[in-house]
Every structure is written in C-alpha cells, then in structure tokens.
Design a protein around this ligand. Structure first.
Ligand SMILES: [Zn+2]
Length: 389
C-alpha cells in the first residue's frame, strides 16, 4: 500500500512495487536531470540533458534514438520492452527543456526540504521524466514489461513544440495510448482529462506620425486605432464556450507629444472545443482599420488544438482511479487552460491521459517544487497503467 515515501506497490498479483532502494535511484535521477540546466533556447545545454537521459534509459535496456535538430536540442526516442511489430506500444510523453535560463541553480539549487524537492524544472517536468524511467525499471524488475513502451522526450515543449510535433504525432499514431508525464493538477494531484487549445495573434497597426500640438489633424494614431481594435478583440471571449482572448503585451508610440505611427499587441487565445479554431481565426482575419489613415496587419493562429475530454480518455482515467483506490488513495480528474504535447496526440484521436507526472506546485515560478510523498505511489500507478494497457 502507498504509505508516504516508504514504499509503494500495486496489488495486482503484487507484481509492481518500489522500496527505498528504488526511491533513492529515482531521487538520484531527478537530481542529475535538474542539475543539468536545459533552457529551450540553448541547444547544447538541452543536449547535455538529452545525453544523460539517454544513459539512464540505456541502463534500463532501452534502445535509444536521437532525432538530431538544428535549432533546438535533440528529440529523444526511447524504446523498451519487446520489439513486437504486432503489439501496439504505450507511449510516454515528456520534455527535457525548461523555462529557466542557465545559472538559475545558483539561486534555486536542487534541494530536498520540508517534504519537497525544490529546483528549476523539478515539477515541469524532470521529476516526471525520472518517474517514467523508474516505472519502466519497476516493470522490468517485476518481469511485467510485456507491451512495448515508447518514451518520447521533446526539447522544445516550452516554446511551442515546433520541431518535435511531427515526431510526437508519428509515434502517437502507432500507439495504443499516450501517457503524458506533465505535472498533475494542484496539490491533490488530479490527472488531466482535458486541456484547452492555445493560439496567439499579433495585431499590428501602422498609422501616420505628426506633432500632437502643431499638426494634430494630419496624424493618424496607431495607438488609438489599436485601442479600438483591442476593445473589439475583447468581445471575442465567450466564457461559456471556454473561449478566452487576452491581450498580454502592448507596444507602441515614442513620446506623448507625438501621434503614434506604430503600435502592436500580442494576444493569447484559448479554446475548449476544436471547432472553435475556425471561428476565432475568422474573427481575427475580419478585423479592419476604423481610421482610414491606419493600416492593420494580423498575424498568427492556433498552435495547439484542444485536448477534449473524450470517452477513451475518461476510460483511461477511470482505470487509473480504480488502481489508485486499490493502492489507497483518491485520484481526481481535472481540466486545465494550459496546453501540453498531449494536445497533439489527443487531437489525433489517440487515447491520451495527462498530468501523470509529479505532484507539486510553482511550475515556471521560484517556488517550483515536487511533493516527495507522492513520487513513489504515482510512479507505481504509472507502471500499473502501462502494465494493464
Ligand atoms: Zn511541461
């Protein structure tokens, strides 16, 4: 039974269990991954982390394939278990890049205190990577790794997954189910059965500059035009559909006594339903300048489709909740406005369950941390999910 951090097991013929030895390996792996800083925009830094993860996988008998990248770190494809061509693999999905720049460890070192593991990228999501590897280790020790497992670690998730997306989608298409090792939701650690789709637009206005005192009537203000457009864009939000629009960045103008020649806004879009992508796209493309002296330019579009709460995903969640109950804890489900690579796999119709990584809080924030007590039970649960798929 799951008793804090002492041990964890899944009672289906008592096959899968973890004790203190496995826990210390898991902690070592987490530490090693966290202490190799890996910001998405630093290719060689991410590749150092890729190297280490590949070595860990190899120590578990994993077959390693590196998809070399030019701009970002390499995408790491790991294969475990039988090489059967007839059995569909289970896919584990994660990423090795973080939002933290090099040098963050100086002020946010890896440390274990107050029942938590702290450090940049612990929760999002190096703990999840270590848990995925440890789950495979536990299955191997129990001789229960009967279905092939594909573990894909991307290198550009925090910046939109542009290069890893086609690899993720290709491997997902051949898989029976996708388990995403992103953090669970909240400190109760709910699994995620729905995620919003994410998009971004830039609205740019070119106006005509003029002296605000001397030549007021000759000017066409890009700022006032943009302000008017932003009011319009605000009206695109439809909360009851789960559709939200937020202008998060605005730039423009030079001085208060100059009628602004340029202004632009960066706008974040979230959709709950796939069919709303076309609706929001249409609305942005229909924006027209109100001031005839201004020119409007709209760029962008949807980046990640929503992960909708499908029947197949709910079935995966229910199976997980049943196993969790047998192990002695409650497992809730949740939806979130944030996107992950699970959005891509779910949109292909492949049953996808997300939030199967660590429990903690503070992703992308200085108090980023993972609860120690949940590490082993969640790892055993993950192993049991692989085992029962
Ligand atoms: Zn993440």
């Amino acid at each position: 039974m799951a008793r804090a951090a002492e041990s964890a097991s899944y009672d289906d013929k008592n096959e899968i269990s973890m004790g203190t030895a496995q826990e210390s390996v898991l902690m070592q792996w987490m530490r090693a991954l966290v202490e190799i800083e890996s910001p998405s925009d630093d290719k060689s830094a991410v590749n150092r982390c890729v190297e280490t993860a590949a070595e860990m996988a190899a120590s578990l008998g994993g077959r390693v394939r590196r998809h070399r990248q030019r701009q970002y770190g390499d995408v790491l494809e790991l294969r475990f278990g039988p090489r059967s061509k007839h059995t569909q693999p289970v896919m584990l999905l994660g990423h090795l890049d973080t939002v933290w720049p090099l040098g963050t460890l100086r002020t946010m070192p890896f440390r274990v205190a107050e029942g938590r593991v702290w450090g940049p990228g612990t929760l999002d999501m190096k703990a999840g990577v270590a848990m995925g590897l440890a789950a495979i280790g536990a299955l191997r020790e129990a001789d229960a790794l009967r279905r092939p497992v594909t573990f894909l670690l991307s290198s550009d998730e925090e910046v939109g997954s542009e290069v890893s997306r086609p690899i993720t989608e290709k491997l997902a298409r051949e898989s029976k189910a996708v388990f995403v090792l992103e953090p669970a939701q909240g400190l109760s650690g709910a699994y995620k059965t729905a995620r919003k789709g994410v998009g971004g637009y830039t609205v740019r206005v070119r106006g005509v500059a003029a002296h605000a005192g001397v030549d007021f009537e000759r000017g066409h203000s890009a700022i006032h035009e943009l302000a008017w457009q932003l009011e319009k864009v605000r009206g695109f939000t439809e909360l009851e559909r789960g559709l939200t629009v937020n202008a998060g960045v605005v730039r423009g103008g030079t001085r208060s006594n100059v009628i602004a020649a340029e202004a632009e806004a960066e706008i974040d879009v979230r959709i709950g339903r796939a069919r709303d992508a076309a609706r929001i796209e249409r609305r942005f493309r229909r924006l027209r300048a109100r001031d005839g002296g201004c020119v409007l330019q709209v760029e962008g579009g949807m980046n990640r489709p929503p992960m909708e709460r499908t029947r197949a995903t709910v079935a995966l969640y229910r199976r997980a909740a049943t196993i969790a109950a047998q192990m002695g804890f409650d497992l809730a489900e949740a939806s979130t406005g944030g996107g992950s690579d699970g959005n891509f796999t779910a949109a292909l119709g492949v049953p996808t369950l997300d939030g199967m990584g660590a429990v903690g809080e503070g992703a992308h924030a200085t108090h980023e941390s993972v609860l120690v007590k949940d590490l082993m039970p969640r790892t055993v649960l993950l192993a049991a999910m692989i085992r029962t798929t």
